[in-house]
Write a new protein. Structure first.
Length: 243
């Protein structure tokens, strides 16, 4: 980290209790509770349609919380506007290829920082994580491959120096070597910055290679949670993701 970079790095706790949310008459997230310790990576696993994206969108403030609390270092942030959450150093990486196709790589990265100088100070982080992105600074983002666009998405999140990263199925559609790279980047970011990460995933090997703890989301409810280091985890979780 650069000595002139004034934004504080990670070390934040996220606590969710009794959270429910949904769309119209439908309740999608039901009475969900969990907490993530500072510098910990929690993966929420679940099949299609179980409510993983809705959970992240509710935390970020895109979907209204109907009941429950979301506490960041003890402060209530449920139903706070997304831009205020982003300012508070929550970084949300959506499942879609949410980059600006007609902007250059550099211009997309600039959207992740509050002051121009910060991008220069933090570029070493992008270079270390994804050298290919740093080399294509002036290239139009829409001309990057799908995998490179995901790297750009994650890079934009990294340069914002978040305290909390909310990441929606970053491994989806990526070739295995790229999935391994994403895992390495998340682990090294956590080690270096102490960032707290909430991942939602269906890719079990990726999830287990990266996370400290897991939770299983089924039809909007957490049905099981535990420590990834637990011996029986992989087989038991695979069973959950099949049914
Ligand atoms: N904007 C919306 N309006 C109405 N219903 C929605 C909306 N977004 C999602 N849903 C519904 O909420 C449920 C959960 O969707 P969500 O995208 O959170 O699941 P998911 O676990 O992330 O699934 P996937 O892995 O397929 O993205 C689904 O039944 C979905 O159809």
């Amino acid at each position: 980290m650069s000595g002139t970079d004034t934004q504080t790095a990670g070390r934040s706790r996220l606590e969710i209790a009794g959270l429910s949310s949904g769309y119209g008459a439908a309740t999608v997230i039901r009475d969900v509770s969990f907490s993530i310790a500072p510098g910990e990576i929690l993966v929420v696993l679940g099949k299609n349609g179980m409510g993983k994206s809705t959970l992240l969108k509710t935390i970020m403030g895109f979907v209204r919380a109907r009941t429950g609390t979301i506490r960041l270092d003890g402060h209530e942030i449920a139903n706070r506007a997304p831009h205020l959450n982003a300012r508070e150093a929550l970084a949300y990486t959506p499942q879609e290829y949410a980059i600006f196709q007609d902007l250059t790589v550099e211009e997309n990265l600039r959207l992740g920082v509050t002051e121009d100088r910060l991008l220069g100070e933090r570029m070493d982080e992008v270079e270390a994580a994804f050298p290919v992105i740093a080399k294509r600074f002036k290239q139009r983002a829409g001309t990057l491959s799908g995998g490179e666009q995901k790297m750009l998405l994650l890079s934009r999140s990294l340069v914002s120096r978040p305290r909390i990263m909310l990441i929606d199925e970053i491994s989806e559609g990526l070739q295995p070597s790229m999935v391994d790279r994403m895992a390495q980047v998340l682990r090294s970011t956590k080690e270096r910055n102490g960032v707290t990460v909430l991942l939602v995933e269906q890719n079990l090997p990726f999830a287990l290679s990266v996370a400290d703890r897991y939770a299983i989301l089924k039809i909007g409810e957490i049905v099981e949670e535990g420590d990834v280091a637990h011996a029986d985890t992989a087989a038991a979780l695979e069973q959950h993701l099949r049914i």
